[in-house]
Design a binder for this molecule. Sequence first.
Ligand code: SME
Length: 154
Amino acid sequence: MTDVDRGGLLTSIRSAVAAAPNPDAAMTQTVRLLKDGIAAYTWVGIYLLDGDELVLGPFLGKPSPHTRIPLGSGICGAAASERATIVVDDVNADPRYLACSLETRSEIVVPIMEGDEVLGEIDIDSDRPAAFGAADTRLLEQVAALLAESLSEE
Ligand code: SME
């Protein structure tokens, strides 16, 4: 499978989010476009913050055992607590990692922020080691900003 270019993918996601009737639809379509657009994105999901837990929303890939993640736990919890994108090139070398699938080798977690407030996060796993570079961080931080707008309009 060939990747679509990341600029084109961002344009498609921007259109889908703008046309979506509600944030759930915006998130579902975003997950689909990311998963279909980039071959290295093996598992794509969105968690939403509920109190002090991250709750799994739309996702594509194998079902994850981690449907609720406390803020103090996992790479997901760390990204939300630090309010910053975390890229892990080798998940097996990171003691914070909560395993979702034995095949996963690398992961990126990008917070969805409204100002200083964390609304949720985009979580992507790859079966390839060190799959996420600067272009992925840039793309996914822009996508997170689009989702933050959609979620805060509710
Ligand atoms: N790996 C994540 C848990 C979520 S699964 O990857 C879907 C973490 O360490 O927080």
